[in-house]
Design a protein around this ligand. Sequence first.
Ligand SMILES: Cc1cc2nc3c(=O)[nH]c(=O)nc-3n(C[C@H](O)[C@H](O)[C@H](O)COP(=O)(O)O)c2cc1C
Length: 235
Amino acid sequence: MKRIITVIMLVSSLVMILPACGQTTVPENSNEDSSTQTQSDNSTAVQPDETTSGDTFPEETQPEESQNPEDTALPSENGKDVLVVVFSATGTTKAVAERIAAYTGGDLYEIKAAQEYTSADLNYNDSNSRTTKEQNDKSARPEIGSADLSLDGYKTVFIGYPIWWGEEPRILDTFVERYSFDGITCIPFCTSGGSGVGRSDDNLASNAGSGNWKSGKLLNRVSDSDLQSWIDSVK
Ligand SMILES: Cc1cc2nc3c(=O)[nH]c(=O)nc-3n(C[C@H](O)[C@H](O)[C@H](O)COP(=O)(O)O)c2cc1C
């Protein structure tokens, strides 16, 4: 009897152990299934790689973006492609330049003379004043004191100045002769005591020798709406 009971216990133990052994084989089988599926389906094989590199995915796209031809003409280091250059002896043209920079979101660069213009220098009633002499000499090139500029990345450059004796101050010629404006749209603007643009825009374009120069614009006491319409029309 004892033997029969022992046999029954042995058999029932086996019945309980076998299914457990079967369960350990199921994950192994499912692993095989999974790897088989991955190997047999290239599209699903790529997905895990992409997912794994998901964290680095933007880095992978960055080189592609930098290879975009449009990016080679990317704006200046700070991302802007409009530059407003201004020379202003008494602040009138500079105020207009600041409004243009504000409206366009562009950078502002002020041309300052290495030797600042004094009131005596600016006296147009004096035939011997510095400005009178400079304006009478087409080859005069007053030295610029402000830091050198890089035009890299700029697509549009507004260039502002006061009218002196019907023309651009000669220091503007120093400026345009110093840089290459290849591929850049150059837009002269000025203020005056009443005179027009005169030959100033043509003089600048011809002295620059590069760039796509637009006609100059006189912006005396210009309203915001007129200023903005003009900018929209030329930019
Ligand atoms: C030396 C000199 C020459 C000038 N010549 C003229 C001129 O020929 N015609 C004119 O309308 N205004 C003339 N002006 C006036 C300036 O063009 C005008 O005041 C201008 O708005 C000044 O700009 P700014 O403050 O940016 O220097 C002259 C001013 C100076 C100092």
